[in-house]
Design a protein around this ligand. Structure first.
Ligand SMILES: Nc1ncnc2c1ncn2[C@@H]1O[C@H](COP(=O)(O)OP(=O)(O)OP(=O)(O)O)[C@@H](O)[C@H]1O
Length: 409
């Protein structure tokens, strides 16, 4: 806004006692004329100020409306990586996309690397998040469209088919269920050892149905967000309703839905409240629209039966470690982009990898690649896989990396 020029000086009337009558009269006339001019100038200024006032009022109105729109529309969460002369580099949560953006000078003043911010569709920084909003955003991982596809998942074809039936079909062809007269499963619970592809399954089904993938980790909910659990669960369902079609994925659900104990410690009471909120969200979710709910656990034995009742997690799918042919298939998937020598025999490798999960096999492939690099080769050979296996098992002493969890199946 430009500053208004200073006001005209007030004219002065100087009458000298030595002046003749005629000179005095002339001086008074001139003074009178100057007064008229100043008066006209002031009136003009007043008009201009009125116009400017109206302009400003219109601008305030416009900003108020814009503010309302911003407050009601969804924003994405990003972290500031660097504030540079060229602009501010931010990384969007979920898809990890890095973007160079130019925040308004007012917001720019507040920004520092590491801050969490809310950005709009065109990556304009709208606000710097305070701690409370921040913790909610951190508790949920949102991916507009995850990149995992069914072909990336090996060794659990039956489970893929079951998940497609229970989650994908109701989203893509709801009318079929109506015509046949059956309700699709309310929630799908994937259970099995760690690293077997449960999260991948949920992401792939969200991708296939063009749904937003919203993940909440049960363990973090009780560890990091003490006292906020039930509110975060409510937020989770609200967010899914805003972003539908959506797949809600609650990982490590056992952390919030373990069997009730008699202990009355406040931690337990808080976990109970979180679980009750989850149950009530699921129960009040009759008209699910385009939202599907999935959860995963590797402690199925610990779950409170209340969450397995009809209308809640009523479709159970066990996701086991892969068998021999599954292991070969997973190795093939994880070496797709690697330069693999012709002597590599996945079937033979797979015979000797009992108890390896999908995640273990992914690490094995990476480790084999590292052996080739250490040896200055660009091609990965059978011997590299054997060396990788020996290294992994040596490091862990008693078997593959993921076989050490306290999981009892
Ligand atoms: N069946 C599979 N096919 C291909 N890759 C797999 C499979 N299972 C696991 N992986 C690999 O292991 C990684 C971890 O898998 P994922 O997160 O889906 O396991 P999870 O069952 O959800 O484990 P957790 O219970 O520990 O959360 C994947 O990113 C992938 O690289």
């Amino acid at each position: 806004m430009s500053r208004s020029p200073s006001l005209p000086d007030r004219p002065r009337l100087d009458l000298d006692p030595e002046m003749s009558e005629a000179e005095r009269l002339d001086a008074i006339r001139q003074h009178y004329e100057r007064m008229i001019r100043v008066n006209e100038e002031l009136a003009e200024r007043l008009d201009e100020t009125d116009d400017r006032r109206e302009e400003l009022m219109a601008e305030v109105d416009h900003l108020k409306r814009r503010n309302e729109v911003l407050k009601t529309s969804s924003l994405y969460i990003a972290t500031v990586e660097e504030v540079t002369d060229e602009g501010t580099i931010i990384k969007q949560h979920g898809n990890n996309q890095e973007v160079l953006t130019e925040p308004s000078p007012r917001i720019r003043k507040e920004l520092a690397a590491g801050d969490r911010v809310a950005v709009n569709d065109s990556f304009g920084v709208q606000t710097v998040l305070d701690d409370e909003t921040d913790s909610r955003a951190q508790a949920m991982e949102v991916e507009e469209s995850p990149s995992v596809v069914y072909d990336d998942i090996g060794g659990i074809d039956d489970q893929v088919r079951e998940v497609r039936e229970a989650v994908e079909d109701p989203l893509l062809t709801p009318e079929l269920f109506e015509e046949v007269g059956v309700d699709p499963p309310a929630g799908v619970l994937l259970h099995g050892p760690p690293g077997t592809g449960k999260t991948m399954l949920a992401k792939a089904v969200a991708n296939e149905t063009d749904a937003t993938f919203i993940k909440m980790a049960g363990s973090e909910l009780v560890r990091k967000f003490i006292g906020e659990g039930s509110r975060l669960v409510r937020d989770l369902f609200e967010l899914a309703a805003e972003r539908q079609p959506a797949v809600i994925f609650i990982d490590e659900i056992d952390a919030v839905a373990a069997k009730r104990t008699d202990s009355k410690t406040s931690g337990d009471a808080e976990v109970q409240r979180t679980m009750m909120q989850l149950l009530s969200e699921m129960d009040g979710f009759d008209d699910r629209g385009e939202i599907r709910i999935m959860a995963a656990t590797n402690r199925f034995d610990m779950l409170d039966e209340a969450i397995l009742r009809p209308g809640r997690f009523d479709r159970l799918i066990e996701v086991p470690k892969p068998d021999e042919s599954g292991r070969a298939q997973i190795l093939r998937i994880h070496t797709r982009d690697m330069n693999v020598a012709t002597d590599v025999d996945y079937v033979e490798l797979a015979t000797d990898l009992d108890d390896y999960s999908g995640a273990d096999l992914a690490s094995l492939a990476t480790e084999a690649g590292m052996f080739a690099i250490r040896d200055d080769r660009t091609e990965v050979r059978m011997a590299d896989f054997r060396d990788a296996k020996a290294k992994i098992e040596d490091t862990e002493d008693a078997g593959p990396v993921m076989a050490f969890t306290d999981y009892q199946y």
